[in-house]
Design a protein around this ligand. Structure first.
Ligand SMILES: [Zn+2]
Length: 499
C-alpha cells in the first residue's frame, strides 16, 4: 500500500501549478489488422486471429492497411492537424512477451499528423488543448496472469498470451503540455478525453470503448511551484480506462506530488498504475527515454506519402463534428447551455435527433427521452440506448399524443408495453385498449355514475363552486383508468350540473 503523504487538493493548488500531457491510444475499427489480413473482432477465442506476419515469423513481410491510414488522416484533420506530405514508420525496439516481433512498428520523428488542437469546455470556459502529433502504430497482444489475487504478474502462478490484438491498428494522439489550467486541471483532462472520444466516434473510425480498451489514456502530470519558470518532473499514469478515472488520476497525482515536493523530495520520472478501487496511483517501472528504444526507420515498409488530392477528398467527406453539431442543435431546439449538457451527459443526443428525424417535434422528443425514459434507464441500471425502445417508437408515441389518441398518462402505459416487448406503440394501444375516451356518450355514462356516487360534491358545484369539479374529474379518471379526456370530462360535469 501507499505510504505517501497526500496534500489536500486546494492546498496543493495554492502552492503549485499543474502541467498536464495526455497520450491517447485508439484502436481503429478496421476489419483487418494494420500490416496483415487477420480479422480484428473483439472477444474471439485466444490466438485464432493470427498469421505469420502478426506473429513475427522470420521472413514474413508487413503491408500497410489503407483503411487504417484513411482513419488516422480523418482523425488528424478533425484535430486541425497538418497532414505531412511524406513520413515513415519506425521500429520501436523492446522486449515484451505480448509483442511477438520484439519490436513494435510505430512512428518516431516523422509522424503523419502534426500541430493540431482541440477546444474543450469546462464550466462554460473554453480551453484549447494543443496537439503535438498523431501517429500510426500497431497494438500489442494481451497477457493474462493466472493465479494471483490482483491479476498482475506478481503473485501469479503462470501467464498466458493472446496475440489476437497484436497488430491491430493503433493511433496515438499526443498533446503538447497543457498549462494554466490551475484547479481545473482534472476537469480539463476529463473534458479533453470526452471530447476526443466524441470526435472519433463521430468520424466512425473506432468504437472508442474505454471499458474494452479500444481507447485508453496515459496521463502525464507534473507540478511546479507557483511563479516558477521551470517545469517539474512528470509521472505517467498508464492505460487509464474510463473518463472518470482520467479526472481522478490527475487529482491524485497533484495531491501526491505536492506531498513529495513539500517534504523536500523529488518526483521520480516513472510510469504509474491507476487503482480503480482507491482512486490512487502506484509506482510502475522507471520511465524509459526515447533513446532506450533504439528507434530506426522500418526497413520492411515503404514511406507514406499521402497525395494532397486524397487528403482533400477525405477532408471533404468529413461528417459534422461534435462541437458544430452541439452548436446546431442548441440553436435548432432552443436549448439553454445546461439543457444541452444534460442531454449530452445522458447519452441522449443521437436518440433525440433520430426521434425528431422520425417526425416528432423537438420538445416532445426531448421530454420523453430525458424524463420518462431516462428514469426507467436509471431504474434498470442501463444506458438509454440499451432500452428496448427505438426513436421511431418514441416518435410514434408523441404523434399519438399530438393527435389526441392518447394523453401523457396513457403514453407512459404505452412505453410500459413497448419496454415489456408487447410490440409497437400502435399494437400496445390496441392490445391494452389505451385510447382516450372523449366520446360524449361513453364519458357521459361514467360522469352520471360519478355524480351519483358523490352527491355532496355535486351539490357544491350546483351551488356555484365550480372549482370542486376537480374532485369529480379525478373520480372519472380513476373510473376510466386514466383514459378519459380530462378537459372534456370537466366541461361535461359542469354542463350537467349548472345548466
Ligand atoms: Zn496476422
Amino acid at each position: 500500500m501507499s505510504t505517501e503523504t497526500l496534500v489536500p487538493y486546494d492546498e496543493a493548488l495554492a502552492r503549485y501549478e499543474p502541467v498536464l500531457g495526455i497520450e491517447t491510444h485508439i484502436e481503429l475499427g478496421t476489419t483487418t489488422k494494420m500490416f496483415c489480413g487477420c480479422a480484428t473482432e473483439f472477444g474471439a477465442e485466444p490466438n485464432t486471429q493470427v498469421c505469420p506476419v502478426c506473429l513475427g515469423m522470420p521472413g514474413s513481410l508487413p503491408v500497410t492497411n489503407r483503411a487504417a491510414i484513411e482513419g488516422i488522416i480523418k482523425i488528424g484533420l478533425a484535430l486541425n492537424c497538418t497532414i505531412v506530405e511524406w513520413c515513415r514508420f519506425a521500429r520501436k525496439n523492446y522486449f515484451y512477451p505480448d509483442m511477438p516481433k520484439n519490436f513494435q512498428i510505430s512512428q518516431y520523428d516523422e509522424p503523419l499528423c502534426i500541430d493540431g488542437y482541440l477546444d474543450v469546455e469546462v464550466e462554460g470556459e473554453t480551453y484549447r488543448v494543443e496537439i503535438e502529433r498523431v501517429h500510426m502504430e500497431e497494438d500489442t497482444g494481451k497477457s493474462l496472469h493466472v493465479g494471483g489475487a490482483t491479476g498482475r504478474i506478481h503473485g501469479a502462478d503462470f501467464s498466458l498470451v493472446d496475440y489476437n490484438r497484436a497488430g491491430i491498428p493503433l493511433v496515438e494522439i499526443v498533446t503538447k503540455p497543457i498549462v494554466a489550467t490551475g484547479d481545473k486541471a482534472p476537469l480539463v483532462a476529463r473534458a479533453y478525453a470526452t471530447e476526443l472520444r466524441e470526435l472519433v466516434r463521430a468520424l466512425g473510425v473506432s468504437d472508442v470503448r474505454m471499458e474494452q480498451g479500444s481507447m485508453r489514456c496515459d496521463v502525464n502530470v507534473s507540478l511546479m511551484p507557483k511563479g516558477a519558470s521551470e517545469w517539474g518532473t512528470r509521472s505517467e499514469t498508464k492505460n487509464v480506462n474510463s473518463l472518470r478515472s482520467v479526472e481522478r488520476a490527475v487529482r491524485f497525482e497533484i495531491e501526491r506530488q505536492a506531498g513529495v515536493l513539500d517534504a523536500g523530495g523529488r518526483v521520480i520520472q516513472e510510469t504509474r498504475h491507476f487503482q480503480e478501487n482507491t482512486g490512487s496511483t502506484t509506482s510502475g517501472r522507471s520511465k524509459e527515454e526515447a533513446q532506450d528504444y533504439r528507434y530506426f526507420p522500418e526497413p520492411d515498409l515503404v514511406p507514406m506519402a499521402p497525395s494532397r488530392e486524397w487528403v482533400e477528398q477525405l477532408r471533404a467527406g468529413q461528417p459534422e463534428l461534435p462541437a458544430a453539431r452541439r452548436a446546431r442543435v442548441t440553436e435548432e431546439w432552443g436549448l439553454a447551455e445546461k439543457e444541452l449538457r444534460d442531454i449530452v451527459n445522458a447519452g441522449a443526443l443521437d436518440l433525440i435527433e433520430d426521434t425528431i428525424r422520425e417526425g416528432a417535434d423537438p420538445a416532445a422528443a426531448r421530454k420523453w427521452w430525458m424524463n420518462e425514459l431516462s428514469r426507467r434507464a436509471t431504474e434498470q441500471g442501463a444506458d438509454l440506448a440499451e432500452l428496448p425502445v427505438t426513436p421511431a417508437d418514441v416518435a410514434r408515441v408523441s404523434g399519438l399524443v399530438a393527435e389526441g389518441t392518447i394523453n401523457d398518462k396513457l403514453a407512459r402505459q404505452v412505453f410500459d408495453g413497448v419496454l415489456a416487448g408487447e410490440g409497437s406503440p400502435d399494437e400496445v394501444v390496441e392490445k391494452r385498449g389505451l385510447k382516450v375516451v372523449s366520446d360524449e356518450g361513453q364519458l357521459g355514462t361514467v360522469i352520471d355514475e360519478v355524480i351519483a356516487a358523490n352527491p355532496d360534491v355535486a351539490d357544491k358545484i350546483r351551488g356555484g363552486k365550480v372549482a370542486a369539479a376537480g374532485a369529480l374529474v379525478g373520480a372519472v379518471m380513476k373510473a376510466t383508468r386514466g383514459q378519459a379526456d380530462a378537459g372534456r370530462a370537466r366541461e361535461l360535469i359542469i354542463q350537467k350540473l349548472t345548466s
